[in-house]
Design a protein around this ligand. Structure first.
Ligand SMILES: O=C(O)C(=O)Cc1ccccc1
Length: 286
């Protein structure tokens, strides 16, 4: 059976690279923004959505985390970590005057990954944020009369017929992004192309306000059970300055003993816990 999969599009985005690596022969639907992708799963227009979650240089994609948390019925059911190479591209008509580019278009994370390059080589250019690197590249292809460039991957250049004028402009070599598959509920029937590398469980933990040392107790509940954490991050609750929740990634598949017991221990001190998913992460192969 073929499934419908939504992704952050249009053509030529990094998310499209991730979705093509994960799924074979499924129907893929492009959405312009991350919230639109997530809504499409929530409302049943697609069965799965693939969205970026975290970048090695820029950190979390807050829009994704905050929006998943609002739509708590969705679960993370898989993850792939994709290497990210950023290139500067222009319309063919502008390939010889790219050093005089006036505006650079891209997704905010792509811009953030190339700050040093932009500061050193394109000081006079202003930055224009787009919903994705694909959307930025499409805009550049449609406006040959403007002296503008986009930042994106080589597929975007191919898809939109743009010329890459400077390759590998990301500031740090080890540039990777985690993409996650979201689904309503835990049952997952779609076949994946990639081999499983390991398992993670992602929790959202809200601390009690009247309990000194609560974060320390959260960490020790996992530590004394020998459970490894691969990420801990605080996000504002949006209820006032100083109110946070924590996103914790555990390097472990859901089990019937260790994880439930650590959660019970944390609930006993007044923490509230949401399970955002317990899922395999895959080896990336292009
Ligand atoms: O805009 C894209 O192509 C995306 O898929 C989001 C993104 C942007 C920068 C790095 C990784 C993912």
């Amino acid at each position: 059976m073929s499934h419908k999969i939504g992704y952050l599009g249009p053509k030529g985005t990094f998310t499209k690279v991730a979705v093509d690596a994960l799924f074979n022969g499924e129907k893929k639907y492009s959405y312009t923004t991350i919230p639109e992708c997530i809504d499409a799963v929530d409302q049943g227009h697609v069965t799965y959505a693939v969205v970026p979650l975290e970048n090695a240089i820029e950190g979390s994609v807050n829009l994704t985390i905050d929006y998943i948390i609002q739509k708590k019925r969705l679960k993370i059911i898989g993850e792939v970590d994709v290497p990210i190479r950023q290139h500067l591209m222009v319309h063919l008509d502008n390939q010889h005057n790219w050093k005089e580019i006036e505006k650079v278009y891209s997704h905010p994370h792509a811009i953030a990954q190339c700050h040093r390059f932009l500061h050193a080589e394109l000081k006079r250019a202003s930055v224009e944020y787009a919903t994705s690197t694909g959307a930025a590249s499409q805009y550049v292809s449609e406006h040959p009369e403007l002296n503008i460039a986009s930042i994106g991957n080589h597929l975007a250049a191919l898809e939109y017929g743009l010329t890459i004028v400077k390759k590998d402009i990301h500031d740090f070599d080890n540039n990777h992004t985690r993409f996650v598959i979201l689904h309503k509920g835990d049952t997952d029937h779609s076949p994946r192309k990639l081999k499983v590398k390991g398992y993670k469980t992602t929790l959202m933990i809200t601390l009690p306000t009247d309990h000194p040392g609560a974060l320390h107790q959260v960490l020790s509940a996992f530590a004394w059970r020998g459970i490894n954490l691969s990420k801990i991050e605080s996000r504002p609750m949006k209820t006032g300055l100083g109110n946070y929740f924590f996103i914790v990634d555990i390097e472990k598949k859901w089990d019937d003993i260790l994880i439930p017991n650590s959660i019970a221990e944390l609930e006993a001190i007044g923490c509230s816990i949401e399970i955002l998913g317990s899922y395999p992460y895959y080896f990336y192969e292009s």
